[in-house]
Design a binder for this molecule. Structure first.
Ligand SMILES: O=C([O-])CC(=O)C(=O)O
Ligand SMILES: [Mg+2]
Length: 563
């Protein structure tokens, strides 16, 4: 039993057993059972959490498929959060793909079919006049981290309506499992602004507000009502925007980044993990990031967010911004993004290639759109990043052409979930005779090629946001700055096994994620101080604060609080 101070609680009897943050199930001691009116409500034997984990894992192994495993784990989470996190911690590598990507994608798609229990908060448009009341109904009083989604772009799966709640729940589970944030401090929130997904609107089982999405001023006013209510209820909370569509993600981030402590995980978290991976891969090759030529497939908010972070990192290495931008090629649905394209949104405009710089390229058809293959033939990239959410767009021809110009290309099909990947690691390694370095967004098993087993790095935001959150809490930061995200990327690269030892994977093993998160947290907290958005405390105090904030899934002793 944890040697922490006892916790004074007001619940007792069935109410205590039905409070997942406090429930210990069969682990309540004889005395606690007596003091909290639990005697007779549980089988007689008192168990340790280790014994409970054995039973839960046996039951987990009886499930027939990943969705059943997800449902089972979620049911434990809704019954006993301490046990849930202990079980996940003990089987982290095995269970992350079940509670998070890729299985969480299916759980979102089937949300209304598999719904069991309430979790998180649904702020629905018709309730817009009562948002303060809704937030006050949250059973958690001291919320420190919120993940909020309007569910318009759930992973690569598009608009999932309220089904997207699976994502805030999953991300916050990772905040706890990987970043040690107590589940008592986390709150998943969905903004139900309707859905434009016809399958959901026509599904009699759909549980959300059956209405097409509100948009324009109505939408932004509603989001603002929500943000202002959050500021009143939890003024210091860290707000993570997750899985908003590109057309709202950037405007919302621009609007709120200087008003509240917030960041957008798909733009900034994805960018930080991708740049961390690139920095590690370059260090391993003994090269600089600024020596690389990068091609993107997908120029949405994730792709452009990564590209901007790459430009910043290249500038830090000494390139001018203009030269850095000339090394990054964005290919979207219509082909390479060039300055001749009219009506580009601002964030794509900044990353467009000047036609005069590519006038000598060999392309089919003068003035026509330039394809991914043509971009690769001419730009001869060393790095290829996929954020297109389209399965199969890294064709054999694309990959082989890239390999013909670059002996050891770095290829990162980042689209999630697995069904949307641009090419599988096995395909890429087969087409490059095992010579490419591969990092994916979703988890993949190692690939066997030329008698070697090659581990596949999972370049997923989960390496970044738990550490950023822990750092923000430890330093009591008021804002999340771009430089805080940048040091998170640098710190991740510094933890890379191949950088540290000259061999092994590009990214640390998931089993080391808690230590990596603590290192990221320290660097983020220090940077927050440098940026003037956090308390001036000593390094020692930051370290202490990180350790103190690091929650462990252990039961505490309970005493009755006097009323
Ligand atoms: O959740 C993930 O695996 C990564 C992510 O944020 C996304 O794809 O939207
Ligand atoms: Mg996301």
């Amino acid at each position: 039993m944890a040697n922490k101070r006892p916790l004074y609680i007001q619940y007792s009897g069935p109410g205590l057993l039905e409070t997942p943050l406090l429930n210990k199930s069969s682990a309540f001691t004889r005395e606690e059972r007596r003091d909290f009116n639990l005697t007779g409500l549980l089988p007689y034997t008192m168990e340790t959490i280790e014994e409970q984990v054995v039973r839960a894992y046996d039951q987990y192994n009886l499930c027939n498929n990943d969705l059943e495993r997800h449902i089972y784990l979620r049911s434990i989470q809704d019954d006993n959060e301490t046990l849930f996190f202990r079980l996940v911690q003990d089987h982290l590598e095995e269970m992350l793909p079940i509670i998070y990507t890729p299985t969480v994608g299916q759980a979102c798609q089937e949300f209304s079919k598999i719904y069991r229990n309430h979790r998180g908060i649904f702020v629905s448009y018709p309730d817009k006049d009562n948002i303060d009341d809704i937030l006050h109904s949250a059973t958690k009083k001291n919320v420190k981290i919120i993940v909020v989604s309007d569910c318009e772009r759930i992973l690569g799966l598009g608009d999932q309506g309220v089904g997207g709640m699976g994502i805030p729940i999953g991300k916050l589970s990772l905040y706890t499992a990987c970043g040690g944030i107590s589940p008592a401090y986390t709150l998943p929130i969905v903004l139900d602004v309707g859905t434009n997904n016809p399958d959901l609107l026509n599904d009699p089982m759909y549980m959300g507000w059956r209405h097409e999405r509100i948009s324009g001023d109505e939408y932004y006013e509603f989001v603002d009502l929500f943000i202002q209510a959050v500021k009143r209820r939890w003024p210091r909370v860290l707000l993570q925007f997750e899985d908003f569509a590109q057309h709202t993600a950037l405007p919302l981030l621009e609007k709120y980044k200087d008003q509240v402590c917030c960041f957008n995980d798909d733009i900034q978290g994805t960018a930080a993990v991708a740049v961390g991976t690139l920095l590690a891969a370059c260090k391993a090759k003994g090269e600089k990031l600024s020596d690389q030529v990068v091609t993107f497939l997908g120029a949405g908010s994730a792709g452009c967010g990564i590209a901007e972070q790459i430009v910043r990192a290249m500038v830090l290495e000494g390139l001018t911004e203009e030269l850095a931008r000339q090394r990054v090629f964005m290919v979207d649905r219509w082909g390479l993004i060039t300055d001749e394209m009219t009506e580009l949104p601002n964030f794509q405009q900044r990353l467009s290639q000047k036609r005069e710089h590519i006038k000598d390229w060999q392309v089919v058809g003068e003035g026509k759109d330039i394809s991914l293959l043509e971009t690769i033939q001419n730009a001869k990239p060393t790095i290829l990043i996929g954020v297109s959410a389209q399965r199969g767009l890294f064709t054999e021809e694309v990959i082989k052409t890239m390999h013909s110009h670059c002996a050891k290309p770095l290829i990162m099909p980042l689209s999630n979930p697995t069904s949307k990947v641009e090419a599988t690691p096995k395909e890429i390694l087969t087409w490059t005779n095992g010579e490419a370095l591969v990092a994916t967004g979703s988890p993949f098993s190692p690939v066997h090629i030329n008698d070697k087993e090659i581990a596949i790095a999972q370049c997923n935001n989960s390496y970044i946001f738990p550490g950023v959150g822990l750092g923000v809490l430890a330093a009591r930061a008021k804002r999340v700055t771009e430089t805080m995200m940048m040091v998170a990327a640098d710190t991740l690269a510094a933890c890379s096994p191949i950088v540290l030892t000259g061999e092994g994977a590009i990214l640390p093993a998931m089993s080391d994620i808690q230590e990596v998160s603590k290192k990221i947290a320290f660097a983020v907290a220090k940077q927050a101080q440098k940026d003037g958005v956090a308390l001036e405390i000593t390094d020692e105090q930051i370290k202490q604060s990180i350790e103190m904030n690091f929650w462990k899934p252990e039961y505490r002793n309970y005493r009755r609080a006097s009323l």
